[in-house]
Design a protein around this ligand. Structure first.
Ligand code: FAD
Ligand code: E1W
Length: 453
């Protein structure tokens, strides 16, 4: 970078802001981060609830580069697979990967944020809490922030980086200067977080090393473990129809829904009524932009640039991967405008790909898990993956356990989907599938994935 200054101003000290600050400070940048909320290390994490996230290889790798992996993994709980809870109470554990080297990790959002803030500060980042971005004067290069007491603060900047989440104030300010091509697609579903407390003996009430899923067609529940022996349950429901947030209006109605449709989970959630009434209903949407930057003045990343539905558990992982990419482009490019442009060129197609795969994963979990054609294709997929481990890698694994670009995972996934459809067409079971022909087509259409993928 040939700019005289290596100063940069980040908006938002959430997951991406704290990590990007660290990565840049470690590369010698002078970093200021402005955060709307108070310091969670002083005030307690907002809401104080234990919300957790699935951390996968992409996110872990970024944490590793920031020197934050050890601190985060100390409190992470391993999830080997998904534990499916059927309506009759039966359960089935389906491994995510080949063995315990292919697992995902449940991490506490508040603890993760605090660990990243500590590391950012230790790396030399200046954190400014209680500073919500209000407006930006791009001509004068002045950002205006407001504090909770209403006081206004003006800050001069060279470039702004928006890590201020799905409701990004920087994105709004940028949209006043140029058409970003923003489109929001609402899923038409919302979510509510509930808690399973520890058992009487202080242990976990259900299998700790799994992501629990209760699929029920148009709606479902999931539960992720916390290291304090609790689980955070998330109920996903449509906004309209039956059942929906229109028909399930309060804690008592939620309890009735659980007693009917999630009968094994209901007794595990003693605070269900209180949780349902006291916690906000979250909204689910995908946000698409055609432009993530204004020359060298401002750039967006993470949810501010590409919020997605949570059904692949990749929003944070993708945001962390963005941080690594932006830090590298800022170091490599001759100026900020070129760095931001190169960042967008690299990451926008990949964000589109994971947004799409997250939506598809939702439909697949809801609709396809039981159907025969789907099960036959999954069985062949497992076999082809075992016969061609370097070529035929299930899409879930490419997304979750590898770091090949999301767009590549999507494209290879499409080829694999076509292969499975062709090879099983007209077959009732795998017995009659021509394995030699299957092998030929795999080798012809899927190049080996590089050893460094
Ligand atoms: P955020 O984490 O939202 O951080 C934004 C920060 O900016 C916040 O600290 C906020 O206070 C601050 N801010 C906002 N406005 C301003 C302003 N005007 N001025 C200054 N600061 C401001 N991802 C996964 O990888 N795995 C999962 O399992 C997973 N599960 C999810 C489950 C649900 C129900 C949801 C909704 C999301 C899930 N995600 C998951 C996605 C993940 O939460 C997000 O992708 C991730 O938090 C994005 O990080 P971010 O830093 O871009 O935004
Ligand atoms: C993961 C919120 C969330 C987070 C996740 C996942 C899911 C369903 C949800 C995808 C998945 C980890 N998934 N697909 N099948 N089992 N799990 O892998 O993060 Cl809803």
């Amino acid at each position: 970078m040939t700019d005289n200054s290596r100063h940069i101003t980040l908006i938002g000290a959430g997951l991406a802001g704290a990590l990007l600050g660290t990565l840049l400070a470690r590369r010698g940048w002078d970093v200021d981060v402005y955060e709307k909320r108070g310091d969670p290390r002083v005030a307690g994490y907002a809401g104080g609830r234990s919300i957790n996230l699935a951390l996968a290889e992409r996110g872990r790798h970024a944490l590793r580069l920031a020197g934050a992996e050890t601190a985060v993994m100390r409190h992470a709980v391993m999830m080997r697979g998904r534990m499916v809870h059927f309506p009759d109470g039966r359960t089935e554990l389906l491994r995510y990967g080949r063995d315990d080297s292919e697992v995902i990790w449940s991490v506490h959002r508040g603890e993760l944020n605090i660990a990243l803030l500590d590391i950012a500060e230790q790396s030399g980042v200046r954190l400014h809490f209680d500073r919500g971005l209000e407006s930006v004067d791009f001509d004068a290069r002045i950002a205006r922030f407001t504090a909770r007491d209403g006081a206004s603060h003006q800050v001069a900047f060279e470039s702004l980086v928006g890590a201020d989440g799905a409701g990004s104030a920087l994105r709004e300010a940028m949209a006043g200067r140029a058409d970003l091509g923003a489109r929001t697609e609402n899923l038409g579903h919302g979510y509510k977080e509930l808690e399973i407390p520890p058992a009487g003996d202080g242990g976990f009430r259900i299998e700790p090393n799994a992501l629990h899923i209760w699929p029920r067609g148009r709606y479902m529940c999931i539960a992720l473990p916390n290291d304090e022996r609790t689980f955070t349950v998330t109920l996903f429901l449509p906004n309209t129809g039956d059942p929906s947030f229109e028909t399930v209006r309060d804690g008592a109605e939620a309890r009735a829904l659980f007693d009917r449709d999630f009968a094994d989970a209901s007794p595990l959630i003693p605070s269900l009524e209180r949780d349902f009434d006291g916690h906000p209903t979250g909204l689910l949407a995908t946000l698409y932009l055609d432009r993530w930057h204004l020359g060298g003045d401002a750039v967006l990343l993470g949810d501010a640039a590409h919020a997605m539905v949570p059904f692949h558990g990749q929003g944070m992982n993708c945001a962390f991967e963005d941080c690594v990419a932006l830090a590298e482009h800022l170091d490599r490019a001759p100026d900020r405008a070129q760095a931001f442009a190169a960042f967008q060129a690299e990451r926008l197609p990949n964000a589109r790909a994971i947004q799409r795969m997250a939506l598809e994963n939702y439909l697949e979990m809801r609709d396809r898990v039981g159907d025969d054609e789907f099960l036959l294709q999954r069985a062949l997929e497992r076999e082809l993956a075992a016969r061609h481990p370097d070529r035929f890698v299930p899409r879930y694994s490419m997304v979750t356990f590898m770091r090949i670009p999301y767009a590549t995972a999507f494209e290879r996934g499409e080829i694999q989907r076509e292969l499975l459809a062709e090879l099983t067409r007209g077959h009732e079971s795998l017995d009659s599938v021509d394995r030699a022909e299957a092998d030929r087509r795999v080798v012809e259409r899927l190049a080996p994935l590089g050893a460094d993928a």
